[in-house]
Design a protein. Structure first.
Length: 277
């Protein structure tokens, strides 16, 4: 799951808010694409979506208390050990300026309804019950996105993984099932460009999941929406990796060329084994 979501993040990063003509021409899955403007993110490098997901996954496998302070500590630690571009500019500057979770919590203004809490929530979906997923997703979302929409989008991203992992129904019914647990209009198919709101990224991911049968089809569909497509792909591929309905056919080049430094592909695979174990 972690490798697949990182591939989605890294591939989508080449197209985030890019011109639709650029997306249409280069969304071929033949390899990672250099973003026409974000030249600091090299092809194959993942972004904040994956880095913050790592913080969540590491806390889950370590079994430490699921508290705002512990979560904030993990976010700060993950950033400082491996600083990278991809974060929103103001949040990047904020992370550079804080040194532990206590300072993070004292200074953060958790009033956002954007996609940051949703993009990192997917490992929570492996927890054994819907209630546990909802509770854990809400606690982590409130650290930075303590708004109804911020919390709901994080809960829905996590529940998408839960639905697939525990085989709770056919993928085609996922958006309708989601409306029964996090009422937010998820069953309305998403069309067009994806903006920065969490509701948008999750809605697009659910639409793509419910209409795809292979990983390759899913990834191309996520990116074809245009807009904040790295977040859409991160959420969708995390869930799809746990679904028996989705054929695993990601091109070898995308897996092989995913970054593999200290916290790259091999680290993701090893952490994934612990997470699923």
């Amino acid at each position: 799951m972690l490798v697949e979501l990182a591939v989605g993040d890294a591939y989508g990063a080449g197209f985030e808010y890019a011109d639709p003509a650029f997306v249409a021409a280069h969304n071929t899955l033949r390899g990672y694409v250099q973003h026409p403007r974000h030249l600091g993110i090299r092809p194959g490098a993942y972004t904040d979506d994956t880095q913050m997901t790592l913080a969540i996954a590491e806390l889950l496998v370590d079994g430490d208390p699921w508290t705002p302070r512990e979560l904030a500590d993990r976010f700060v630690s993950a950033f400082h050990r491996d600083q990278r571009e991809g974060y929103a500019g103001r949040f990047y500057d904020f992370l550079q300026s804080v040194h532990d979770g206590g300072e993070f919590l004292r200074r953060i203004r958790p009033d956002s309804d954007k996609s940051g809490a949703a993009m990192r929530a997917t490992p929570i979906g492996l927890l054994p019950t819907v209630d546990e997923v909802l509770r854990h997703a809400a606690v982590q979302a409130a650290v930075t996105h303590d708004t109804p929409a911020g919390i709901a989008s994080a809960q829905a991203a996590a529940l998408a993984v839960h639905y697939c992992h525990y085989e709770l129904g056919p993928l085609a019914r996922l958006p309708q099932w989601m409306d029964g647990h996090v009422p937010f209009g998820w069953s309305r198919p998403w069309r067009g460009k994806v903006g920065s709101k969490g509701r948008m990224s999750v809605g697009a991911a659910l639409t793509a999941l419910s209409t795809s049968t292979t990983m390759s089809e899913l990834l191309r569909t996520c990116v074809a929406f245009t807009g904040d497509v790295d977040t859409v792909a991160t959420i969708a591929l995390a869930a799809a990796a746990r679904s028996p309905e989705i054929t695993e056919d990601l091109p070898k080049v995308l897996v092989d060329d995913l970054e593999n430094g200290a916290y790259g592909r091999d680290y993701l695979a090893a952490l994934n084994s612990r997470l699923l174990g």
